[in-house]
Write a protein that binds this ligand. Sequence first.
Ligand SMILES: Nc1nc2c(ncn2[C@@H]2O[C@H](COP(=O)(O)OP(=O)(O)OP(=O)(O)O)[C@@H](O)[C@H]2O)c(=O)[nH]1
Ligand SMILES: [Mg+2]
Length: 298
Amino acid sequence: MTSNAFRVGTVAILGRPNVGKSTLLNHLIGQKLAIVSRKPQTTRQPLLGVVHRADAQIGFIDTPGLEQRNRRPLARAVNREALRCLEDVDVAVLLVEALRVGPEDLAIAEQIRRSGKPWLIAASKLDRVKDKSRLLPFLAELGERYPGVEIVPLSAHSGSNLTAFVEVLVGLLPLGEPLWEDDALTDRSLRFLAAEFIREKLIRRLGEELPYALAVTIDLFQEEANQTRIAATIWVEREGQKAIVIGEKGAVLKAVGMEARRDLERLLERPIFLETWVKVREGWTEDSRALRELGFDH
Ligand SMILES: Nc1nc2c(ncn2[C@@H]2O[C@H](COP(=O)(O)OP(=O)(O)OP(=O)(O)O)[C@@H](O)[C@H]2O)c(=O)[nH]1
Ligand SMILES: [Mg+2]
């Protein structure tokens, strides 16, 4: 009998930018850990989120969206981070958008296939598919392309099919002893999450190009009697960008700080005192040393 067999392992969620990898991670673990926006390559560094079940532990890894053609140093460093995750995990999930599969998705599928890992395809944003009759042919075509690979349509927003998705994954995991403590949620520090939450608010408020030029570091993270005190620096590449981030009479920075503080208070379950500063570091997205210092292996 294998009824009390425990399965445990890591699962990388891979895919092109914007397909909903981070949103899916948050919904799977039932908490906001990963940052989400409409802009591509919102996620820059992998993030682990652990799902605990009576019969399994699944360590989901949200990865940065893979951009095949982007040659910018930052994008290349980010791509490398994502592909490294593929090497380290037990199982890979290729996340594609339902009805919207193109050459970029197929190129990632090829990379996963070559890795030799067990994998499956999940088709996201099912709630957006208005004409359901298009779904079957779409799934059938993917099925023909990748025989033997399970394809699961799902929606993080509506929650539909998430249980079935997790069930299929558990079946692909190796047997083993629990890897994480019962209450483990992630391997990232609260400092990291704080910096990410601030970056999310900035990305959401600012125009198309600016998000690429932004990084956030935490200078102080201090537990005090009644609150946690956090000081953060927002790095931009040019003086002009600094003015945009600050906004008229500091309005943008103030709103960003308030929104990030609210998310952090929900996560930490205690009051936060958050201070933010904006500094210019010219050309950091092109400079390997700066990229390293800001947390990217390059
Ligand atoms: N309608 C709908 N929208 C979704 C769903 N999942 C994600 N989105 C939206 O898709 C956009 C991108 O979501 P993210 O989770 O940031 O996508 P990502 O794949 O992590 O993107 P990168 O980090 O840039 O690679 C956001 O605007 C989400 O709100 C879903 O299930 N339904
Ligand atoms: Mg993401």
